[in-house]
Design a protein around this ligand. Structure first.
Ligand code: PMP
Length: 425
């Protein structure tokens, strides 16, 4: 037995499913999760001494690669001053200013501790601001695990085949309406029926929790104009796309401005962080300024702020990072597309920027229903083949593959070689 196998056997006795977040359990792809000892640059090393080229990147935040020296140094420095004060610090102001400077649609921002919290709080802000209750989300979009969001959710919810989670009372989801991703008419219909009651539309501007599903031309623009018409709040959940597609995220990439934006892990560079922000008049609804309550003992934690601030500053000061990362990724994905074509493998690739996903279906994937048609058994074969050859991919079909700035051309070439072997088989 490998050390990972021994540890997993023990873990399941003490932690539900042996893991602290579901997809990590390798449930849909079989086998034992690898227990990671350390990571550096583009690589992760497990406790059995195996080395992997990592395409999960902690699900996004390690855009500069693992263990980035400047980030580590800033964390160590911050730690020396204390781990948490539960009181205001200078770094929080610097961080807020930096985010507002980088993202034009954000005039005020509140730090929280996860993407889940960011979304839950942004939705509350939108409801408080509009004094309406209903929200629209899209099937296959994942917005964390707060009660109201666990309706046709993507990511682990989709992988496990649970339509809606047990333990969520109907009352918590009765105001959550679901529309079809990339289908503006499905949104129009809901507005025609419930228009005056809809507080917000929340969307992943690039679907990244049903595999990767980019928005069709006009989809995000359509949401913007519908929200304007009905005076509803448009929320972009940029937990995945923020500071990834470019410095100003999907909203900069597509040129569509939301009213509120949620961010997650990437702004903490791997520390537990989230944030939500946007229009001043909405954000001023938040306590203690306004009547919408939202709080957090560890929110704006000094160590997390140090990590995130350093990462965002590096990204801001080096625009070439996005140019090179996106160019390298584009080259990599084009190679994969050519390989699929040449080998005749029955799969297709969706990609944008440094995000990508192979679906084992020959049909186009533009929404949740089409994503679900992909052969997850085949994904499991692909995943296991790649893992055994030292390539660590998302351990489930309905997730994204993340490329970091630390992935060299050689890393990508090596990955392509292994992928080519798999495709030919
Ligand atoms: N929104 C999106 C778009 C996400 O991808 C995720 C998680 N990957 C979340 C929200 C929830 O974030 P967290 O896991 O940090 O709570």
């Amino acid at each position: 037995m490998t050390k990972s196998e021994v540890l997993f056997k023990e873990a399941v006795d003490y932690i539900p499913g042996g893991v602290n977040s579901p997809v990590r359990a390798f449930g849909s792809i079989g086998g034992t999760p690898r227990f990671i000892e350390r990571a550096d640059g583009a690589y992760m090393y497990d406790i059995d001494g195996n080395k992997y080229i990592d395409y999960v990147c902690s699900w996004g935040p390690m855009i500069l690669g693992h263990n980035k020296r400047e980030i580590l140094d800033s964390v160590i420095e911050a730690c020396k001053n204390g781990l948490s004060f539960g009181a205001a610090t200078e770094k929080e102001v610097e961080m807020a200013k930096l985010i507002c400077e980088i993202v034009p649609s954000i005039e005020m921002v509140r730090m929280v501790n996860s993407g889940t919290e960011a979304v839950m709080s942004a939705v509350r802000a939108a409801r408080g601001y509009t004094r309406r209750n209903k929200i629209i989300k899209f099937a296959g979009c994942y917005h964390g695990h707060s009660d109201a969001m666990l309706v046709k959710a993507g990511s682990g919810v989709m992988t496990s085949g649970i339509p809606d989670s047990q333990g969520v009372p109907e009352g918590c989801t009765k105001d959550t309406l679901t529309a079809i991703y990339n289908d503006i008419s499905s949104v129009e219909k809901l507005f025609e029926e419930f228009g005056e009651e809809i507080a917000a539309v929340i969307v992943e501007p690039v679907g990244a929790n049903m595999g990767v599903v980019p928005p069709r031309k006009g989809f995000l623009e359509g949401l913007r104009s519908i929200c304007d018409k009905y005076e509803s709040v448009l929320i972009f959940d940029e937990v995945i796309t923020g500071f990834r597609l470019g410095l100003d995220g999907a909203q900069g990439y597509f040129g569509v401005q939301p009213d509120l934006t949620t961010f997650g892990k990437i702004i903490g560079a791997g520390m537990p962080v989230g944030a939500y922000g946007g229009k001043r008049e909405i954000m001023e609804m938040i306590s203690p300024k306004g009547p919408v309550y939202q709080a957090g003992t560890l929110s704006g934690n000094p160590v997390a702020m140090a990590a995130g601030y350093t990462q965002l500053t590096i990204l801001k000061e080096h625009p070439e990072i996005y140019t090179e990362l996106n160019e390298r990724s584009e080259w990599f994905f084009k190679e994969i597309e050519a390989m699929i074509k040449d080998s005749g493998a029955k799969c297709r690739l969706n990609h944008i920027g440094s995000l990508g996903c192979i679906f084992f279906t020959e049909k186009e994937v533009t929404n949740y229903k089409e994503a679900k048609e992909a052969d997850t058994q085949k994904y499991a074969e692909y995943f296991n083949y790649m893992l055994n050859a030292g390539i660590y991919l998302a351990p489930a079909q309905f997730e994204a593959m993340f490329i970091s700035y630390a992935h060299s051309k050689q890393d990508l070439e090596k990955t392509l070689e292994i992928l080519n072997d798999f495709m030919r088989k």
